[in-house]
Design a protein around this ligand. Structure first.
Ligand code: NAD
Length: 257
């Protein structure tokens, strides 16, 4: 349980779901973890921090809206000041808005893209600058989605943002390789978290979703966190520019008739 011993990790959007599981697993593996939460989510965040800190008492909270550069730069500076460096940055924070394409407003589009794509840009840029300045490499992990690749009607902004994350990650993998900063995506399929609450609470919608998944069930946040541990650890030294699907085979589900 020491695969990340004494590494310093930041996880964005870590007060719930996948981010909370990743932060908890990282702490279990010996990392010092900065648990990011967005302004206004302090209640969820208290519970998440307590859980993470129960595995590694050095865990700390960092408030920031990832779609605001000044928040993000303050957050990265706080982490570096507290722990002396940043080794691992997980870009997990994300939102989705369901709306038919013909009805999507500028405001809805901009909100989704600001958190999911601009947020990944500004967080990974600030993190990479800190990693490169210190030397010694680092790990950038993006939580994209199977919708970096698979269309999802009525979620056009979400799909466009996740497709953008995929392309950005591949570019960064090339630009940051000389600095030994590994860049990879994890693309979850249907995972049981608050983002899917409405589907999980509707038995018919849940069954419809499950019928598309070869593995026959939703995934768990812990199953995504297991892959994040690998990508954050020294074991993934030669892995960069890749997407890891954690989707029970969903992306392979091609119906021919
Ligand atoms: P979630 O809603 O529990 O987690 C999203 C987190 O992002 C929340 O903690 C939220 O507070 C945080 N967040 C939102 N806006 C923010 C902002 N501006 N600044 C900082 N934090 C912010 O849902 P989740 O499923 O755990 O989602 C985590 C990531 O996984 C997202 O990027 C999501 O797109 C991706 N994902 C989830 C699934 C799934 O089925 N659950 C599938 C594919 C991809």
């Amino acid at each position: 349980m020491d695969r990340l011993k004494d590494k310093v990790a930041l996880v964005t959007g870590a007060s719930s779901g996948i981010g909370k599981s990743i932060a908890t697993r990282f702490a279990q593996e010996g990392a010092h973890v900065a648990v990011n939460y967005r302004p206004g989510s302090a209640k969820d965040h208290d519970a998440a921090l307590a859980e993470v800190a129960s595995f590694n008492a050095t865990a700390t909270a960092v408030e920031a809206d990832v779609s605001k550069r000044e928040d993000v730069e303050r957050m990265i500076a706080q982490v570096v000041e507290k722990f002396g460096r940043l080794d691992i940055c997980v870009n997990n924070a994300g939102i989705e808005i369901k709306r038919p394409f013909l009805e999507v407003s500028d405001d809805e589009w901009n909100k989704v893209v600001a958190v999911n794509l601009y947020g990944c840009f500004v967080v990974s840029q600030a993190a990479a600058r800190a990693m490169v300045k210190r030397g010694g490499g680092g790990k950038l992990i993006f939580i994209s989605s199977v919708h970096e690749d698979i269309p999802f009607p009525e979620y056009t902004a979400y799909c466009a943002s996740k497709g953008g994350v995929r392309m950005m990650m591949r570019n960064l993998a090339m630009e940051l390789a000389p600095y030994r900063v590994n860049c990879n995506n994890i693309a979850p399929g249907a995972i049981a978290t608050p983002i899917n609450q409405s589907v999980l609470e509707d038995p018919q919608a849940k069954q419809n979703a499950i019928s598309e998944i070869p593995w026959g069930r939703f995934g768990t946040p812990e199953e995504v966190a297991s892959v994040a541990v690998f990508l954050a650890s020294d074991e993934s030294e030669y892995v960069t520019g890749s997407t890891y699907y954690v989707d029970g085979g969903l992306t392979q589900q091609v119906t021919a008739y």
